[in-house]
Design a protein around this ligand. Sequence first.
Ligand SMILES: [Zn+2]
Length: 218
Amino acid sequence: MIHHHPGDELLLPLAAGRLAVGPALVVNAHLEACAECRDRVRTLQAIGGALVEDAEPVALAPEAWGRTLARIDAGGAPPARRRRSPPAPLPLPAGMAWPAALSGCTTRGWRWMGPGMRYARLASPQDPDAKLYLLRISAGRSLAQHSHRGMELSQVLVGAFADGRATFAAGDFDVTDDDVMHQPVVAQDAECVCLAYIEGSLSFAGPLASAVGRMIGV
Ligand SMILES: [Zn+2]
């Protein structure tokens, strides 16, 4: 049972194809797990389509059609083929499969970030600079307390964590921003794997955690 979902402030731009690559990837990973949000996106797309149909036609600039034909004649890069392969070999917890949203992403694999804590930086072919991460934290471990400069999106892929606001389990989606200072603690019974997008940067409490944050690049 999924309890935490992305809001319309994310689903609406996603439905319109206007959400940036990094956040779209995390929201799409949520949609794979959540029929309720897939329905919501379909509804938003239908509303968007109806609005376009109702809109008054606007005259194109006289040269617009010529430019379009010129672009077609010039060819251009073929559309990227959507690869269904998972990111470069990353060991997974038993029984877990990577979301299809990660297709085409590459990674250099798990890196140590503390006792019982590993991370993997993901590079999306559409935007290699988007700060996308997989976090894999052992049962009972906690991330350092931190706040955010900008938005942080997380999709729980396996396991669960709690941070004082709520418990987030597999399938749940979380958004934090400048107003949230939290310390995610992984449940005692199983490790937790999350997909995360960090828009700005994280601000850690304490010099050691700050050093780890700089190492990871957040
Ligand atoms: Zn949902």
